[in-house]
Ligand binder design. Structure first.
Ligand SMILES: [Zn+2]
Ligand SMILES: [Zn+2]
Length: 270
């Protein structure tokens, strides 16, 4: 299907890893104190002529500061897919948390797509509260602000079709201006849920993740994500290691690094 303007191939790129136990992943904790580690991803959609990257990941410095594992720098991971990050013209930031907006420099020519409300949230009165600003890094916020002044940010408010086959949808919940990305593929509409759905289990059981701005919006967001996706098998959670197991590797030598999401996954969805 490559070359068709509104049908995309989509890849999950796993660049980082972090240990955590189940109580740390659910609001209110969990009775089973066993490991439930997170993988860290960015996503790449391409139709042969247009490549859109979703999120930027974090840098080595941020990984060290936050006690996370950087498996490989995002720019290098993207190159492994055969894409030159210097040539990427569009990056969608699902939100401004450090693990999604932490390596903006990896895409030096890109225009960044962001929701109005995320920028207002990350620069406004809510950031007076330590618990709400904890997932943000000031450097990442000043970086995106400098891009606003350089004419390299496009703001969106709610639902917007960016290109034929790719649209963004504000969900909120986890972060006030969090957006998901809906992409048309050969097997239907995928939803890159990012942190609207951390693990399959969150949407499967309707339980909120522990980092949350608005619980109601997070729970309603699960419904919205379901309605945007062609089926449960078309929802791609933002931090679930199962993604790499359910989908085939993107190509030779990419086991554990990149998976092809436009291919039907093994097993069920959420
Ligand atoms: Zn987040
Ligand atoms: Zn995240």
């Amino acid at each position: 299907m490559k070359g068709s303007s509104d049908i995309f191939e989509v890849y999950a790129v796993r660049y980082g890893h972090g240990g955590r136990n189940r109580p740390g992943n659910f609001l209110g904790g969990d009775s089973h104190d066993v490991p439930m580690p997170l993988d860290y991803y960015i996503w790449v959609a391409t139709n042969g002529s247009l490549t859109v990257v979703i999120d930027t990941g974090f840098t080595a410095n941020l990984a060290k500061a936050r006690n996370r594992q950087l498996l490989l720098p995002v720019s290098m991971a993207v190159r492994r897919l055969g894409i030159n990050p210097d040539s990427v013209e569009h990056v969608i930031l699902t939100h401004l948390h450090y693990d999604h907006a932490g390596d903006q420099a990896a895409f030096p020519r890109a225009c960044f797509h962001l929701q109005d409300r995320e920028m207002a949230y990350a620069t406004g009165r809510c950031m007076c509260h330590e618990i709400l600003r904890q997932p943000f890094e000031l450097d990442n916020i000043t970086n995106i602000l400098s891009k606003v002044y350089a004419g390299r940010v496009m703001f969106h408010d709610g639902d917007t079709e960016l290109f034929p086959g790719i649209s963004v949808h504000r969900i909120g919940g986890h972060s006030k201006g969090l957006q998901v990305v809906r992409i048309q593929t050969q097997r239907g509409h995928l939803v890159i849920a990012s942190d609207a759905v951390h693990f399959y289990e969150h949407i499967e059981t309707n339980r909120p993740f522990v980092v949350v701005h608005n619980v109601e919006d997070m729970l309603e967001g699960y419904r919205r994500v379901r309605s945007l996706a062609s089926s449960p098998d078309h929802v791609v959670p933002g931090h679930d290691p199962l993604v790499m197991r359910r989908y085939p590797k993107a190509g030779p030598g990419l086991e554990g690094i990149a998976a092809a999401l436009h291919v039907q996954p093994d097993g069920r969805g959420y």
